[in-house]
Write a protein that binds this ligand. Structure first.
Ligand code: SF4
Ligand code: SF4
Length: 257
C-alpha cells in the first residue's frame, strides 16, 4: 500500500525510457524462465515442488498490527515516506449505508477506539497484501519482464531488470505495490520468499498471535492451508477481475473490497 499516489507516471516513464533504453535492449532477450531460474537456483530448494498460497481468517483477526510490524522489519519496508507490503484495514459497518474503512499507519499500531455514541452494526479487520494472483495484471503490463511468476507460484520483482516505470503499480487492482524510494524499483509482498525457501513461515504469519493468517502448500493434503480451505466458506478479493488471487479469505462479507 502506498500513501503517495504516483503523480505523473507518463512523464516519469518517458524520462526512464530516455535514460535506460540501452539496458532495455540488453534485457529484452533475457526474459522468461531463465530469469526465474536465476532467482530460484540458489540452493537445493526445488521450486517446481511447491505451490504456495495464504489464507486469512477474518473472524480471528483482532487488528493488533503485529503482522504489519513484523513485515516492515523483516523486509526493511521504507518508513519515510511510509509504505507497506501488508496492512490491516478496519471496516466499521453502520446499521444502514456503506461501511467506513480506515487503516491508520497501515494498522501497525492497532486501531483507536471508536466513539461510544457512534451507531455501529459491526466492525471487523481485514489484513491485506499482494494476492499473488495466478493471472496477474502486474506481470502482463511490465514492459521488461522484471515482474514475473516464479515456478512456485509467487509473483516476484527482479530488481536488476526493473526500470521503475510504475506500470505494474497502476495495473495492480489491490494497491499492493509501491515504488521503492531509494532503490527506484517496484516493491511488494513476496510471501517472504527468502524465508519460505528455507522452510520458514512468512514473517506476518509467524507474528500473528491468533493464527488469523495461514500459509501453506495448495497441493499438500496435510497443509494447514488445505484444512483452512476445506472447512471455511472462502472468498477472494475482487473476483470479477479474474486475477485469480491466491490469498483466500474466510469471513469476508460483501463489504470487503
Ligand atoms: Fe500483481 Fe497486484 Fe496481483 Fe500482487 S495483487 S500479483 S501486485 S496484480
Ligand atoms: Fe490480525 Fe494477526 Fe495481523 Fe494481529 S497479527 S492484525 S490478529 S492478522
Amino acid at each position: 500500500m502506498n500513501d503517495k499516489k504516483p503523480t505523473t507516471p507518463r512523464r516519469d516513464f518517458l524520462k526512464t525510457c530516455a535514460t535506460k533504453i540501452p539496458q532495455w535492449l540488453l534485457v529484452f532477450s533475457a526474459f522468461g524462465p531463465e530469469q526465474a531460474r536465476a532467482v530460484d537456483g540458489e540452493s537445493d530448494y526445488n521450486p517446481v515442488e511447491h505451490n504456495y498460497a495464504m489464507g486469512v481468517d477474518i473472524h480471528k483477526c483482532i487488528g493488533c498490527g503485529r503482522c504489519v510490524d513484523a513485515c516492515k522489519k523483516e523486509n526493511k519496508v521504507p518508513e519515510e515516506p511510509v509504505y507497506f507490503r501488508t496492512w490491516v484495514e478496519r471496516y466499521v459497518v453502520p446499521p444502514e449505508g456503506e461501511a467506513h474503512v480506515d487503516s491508520p499507519n497501515g494498522g501497525r499500531d492497532g486501531f483507536p477506539e471508536l466513539p461510544a455514541d457512534r451507531e455501529i452494526f459491526r466492525t471487523f479487520f481485514v489484513p491485506k497484501l499482494c494476492n499473488q494472483c495466478a493471472n496477474p495484471p502486474c506481470v502482463q503490463v511490465c514492459p521488461v519482464g522484471a515482474t514475473f511468476v516464479s515456478r512456485d507460484g509467487v509473483v516476484l520483482v527482479d530488481d536488476t531488470y526493473c526500470v521503475g516505470c510504475r506500470y505494474c503499480i497502476q495495473a495492480c487492482p489491490y494497491g499492493a505495490r509501491y515504488l521503492h524510494p531509494t532503490k527506484k524499483v517496484a516493491d511488494k509482498c513476496t510471501f517472504c520468499y527468502h524465508r519460505i525457501r528455507r522452510g520458514l513461515l512468512p514473517a506476518c504469519v509467524e507474528a500473528c498471535p491468533t493464527q488469523a493468517r495461514i500459509f501453506g502448500e495448495v497441493g499438500q493434503q496435510s497443509s494447514p492451508l488445505r484444512r483452512f480451505l476445506r472447512f471455511n466458506d472462502i472468498n477472494v478479493l475482487k473476483p470479477a477481475l479474474n486475477t485469480e488471487p491466491k490469498v483466500y479469505y474466510a469471513g469476508a462479507s460483501r463489504e470487503v473490497r
